[in-house]
Design a protein around this ligand. Structure first.
Ligand code: APR
Ligand code: PHB
Length: 388
């Protein structure tokens, strides 16, 4: 078997890359370790920058997104018992769209199936070969036998725990990392959202976030410690804790109900540099992780893929130089989103080790944000997404 671009990973990064390459007439095969059902069962992010929406439009997969996605023109910051709206549209002229990553993944899988492009699910023990030569390849185990695929390039879109980044010789890659001392406990429930827009809450008990997937499905998070387990959080305890962190008016309006998903995710900032190693190119969570506070993870995967698809298209149009630029172009945007996600995380979470002084610094910054149009503009500009 041979293809032009072998893509490892059928998350949003791999699937979107596959679709953009397919539309440009570039043959590609996706290898995914898990089953289609497993990939679609994961509950992940939900906020899309307008640039990511435009990219999904260009990929021809935005029909359901436009029909079912919720366009948001602002969000609330809550602290000290009050709520302060950040008017994204008024400050930047841009909006964000709330549409679950799970739905995007499904739309991309459907488009791929309709295009007749090949995806191998449940590809076990994927190995990368000879990406430092002009003749790389991939091998894997499927139905008990070892399979092989030759290609021009390998796109490593296999997430943080994937095999692609791990296959790079340690001396060729530099890793930057910050691990936070807390996690997010998330609950999905078929209850109407507490508010039409998102509420990010900085509270003495810890951070909380009110988000949604639709007008009848809510997504809520509370900051928790890393030692806590999901089974220590029956629904009643979760709702009580969330309510305790919300401003009074929101707490009164909160509609509770049985959870349909509940999980704890650790928070991490991580960047690998560079993103290209000969004919292996990394994109999405394989290359970088942001804490979810800025809603940037999925959007960064989309912008990487935008640059990477452009670079492949240029290569096959006899302009190989674009591939050399991929890493620096993508990383320039990645680092700015890393900074924003880190600063939002520091602003809104409880850091016991920072003491009372640290808390007063957070409150002073939040007060400044609540009253300064300049500060709000800087926040809004980053939240809606910096230009590609
Ligand atoms: N071989 C093949 N596939 C693999 C391997 C492997 N060794 N390891 C991991 N994978 C698959 C995973 O099963 C997953 O489906 O790669 C895919 C990676 O997908 P994601 O983790 O969703 O990463 P990405 O596509 O970069 O999407 C980034 O996802 O988690 C969010 O916050 C993140 O929103 C961001 C987005
Ligand atoms: C979500 O809806 O899951 C979500 C929204 C905003 C964030 C993080 C997660 O910042």
């Amino acid at each position: 078997m041979r293809t032009q671009v072998a893509i490892i990973g059928a998350g949003p990064a791999g699937l979107l890359l596959g679709q953009l390459l397919h539309l440009a007439g570039i043959d590609n095969v996706i290898l995914e370790a898990r089953s289609r059902e497993y990939v679609l069962g994961r509950i992940r992010a939900g906020v899309l920058e307008s640039g990511a929406v435009e990219l999904l439009e260009r990929a021809g997969v935005a029909e359901r997104l436009h029909a079912e996605g919720l366009v948001h023109e602002g969000f609330d910051l809550a602290f000290g018992g009050g709520r302060h709206r950040i008017d994204l549209a008024g400050l930047t002229g841009k909006r964000v769209t709330v549409y679950g990553q799970t739905e995007i993944t499904k739309d991309l899988m459907d488009a791929r199936a309709a295009a007749g492009a090949k995806t191998v699910y449940e590809a076990r023990d994927v190995e990368l070969h000879d990406f430092d030569s002009s003749n790389p390849g991939i091998s894997w185990t499927q139905e008990g036998g070892r399979k092989a695929l030759g290609c021009d390039f390998i796109a490593g879109c296999d997430g943080f725990h994937g095999v692609s980044r791990a296959s790079v010789p340690p001396g060729a890659i530099k890793l930057y990392e910050r691990v936070y001392s807390f996690g997010w406990l998330g609950v999905l429930s078929d209850t109407p959202p507490v508010s039409e827009e998102l509420i990010y809450v900085s509270h003495e008990r810890g951070f909380a976030l009110c988000s949604m997937r639709s007008r009848t499905r809510s997504r809520y998070y509370v900051q928790c410690t890393l030692s806590e387990q999901v089974d220590e959080w029956p629904d009643e305890r979760f709702w009580k804790e969330l309510r305790a962190r919300l401003p009074e008016d929101a707490a009164r309006q909160l509609v509770t109900g049985p959870s349909i998903e509940k999980s704890i995710a650790p928070l991490r900032s991580f960047v690998a540099e560079p993103l290209r190693f000969g004919r292996l190119l990394l994109a999405g969570d394989a290359a970088h992780i942001v804490p979810p506070t800025g809603a940037k993870g999925l959007n960064l995967a989309a912008s990487d893929v935008h640059y990477l698809a452009e670079a492949f298209i240029a290569f096959y149009n006899k302009n190989p130089g674009e591939l050399e630029r991929y890493s620096s172009r993508a990383l320039a945007r990645v680092w700015k989103a890393e900074r924003f996600s880190w600063s939002m995380t520091k602003l809104l979470h409880k850091f016991p080790e920072e003491g009372d002084f640290g808390r007063r610094m957070q409150l002073a910054e939040l007060e400044y944000l609540a009253t300064s149009r300049a500060a709000q503009t800087a926040l809004a500009e980053n939240y809606v997404g910096l230009p590609l």
